[in-house]
Design a binder for this molecule. Structure first.
Ligand SMILES: [Zn+2]
Length: 90
């Protein structure tokens, strides 16, 4: 019996590997615009964080997003992510 491997990605906040479905995908489009990718199918370079405010804060403080995308991240992008997480956490 071959177990189907669940795709995993690293969270930029806690640096732990988690199933993709438990993570929030952040995408930078070829035009350089950041957005939250809820479907996981948007084109562009992606990064992942847990669906948790704590991990977003850690990623913000450690500048992990900047490092991952090799570009500055505007505060509005973090606000957008925070809003998205608030909605998911309910
Ligand atoms: Zn995390």
């Amino acid at each position: 019996m071959k177990a189907k491997r669940i795709p995993e990605r690293f969270c930029l906040g806690c640096q732990e590997s988690r199933p993709k479905k438990d993570l929030l995908r952040i995408v930078r489009s070829p035009e350089g615009e950041f957005s939250v990718d809820v479907t996981g199918k948007k084109a562009g370079r992606g990064a992942y964080i847990c669906r948790s405010m704590a991990c977003l804060e850690r990623a913000r403080k450690s500048r992990a997003l900047e490092r991952s995308f090799k570009s500055p991240i505007a505060p509005v992008v973090y606000d957008m992510l925070a809003n998205e997480l608030k909605g998911l956490e309910g």
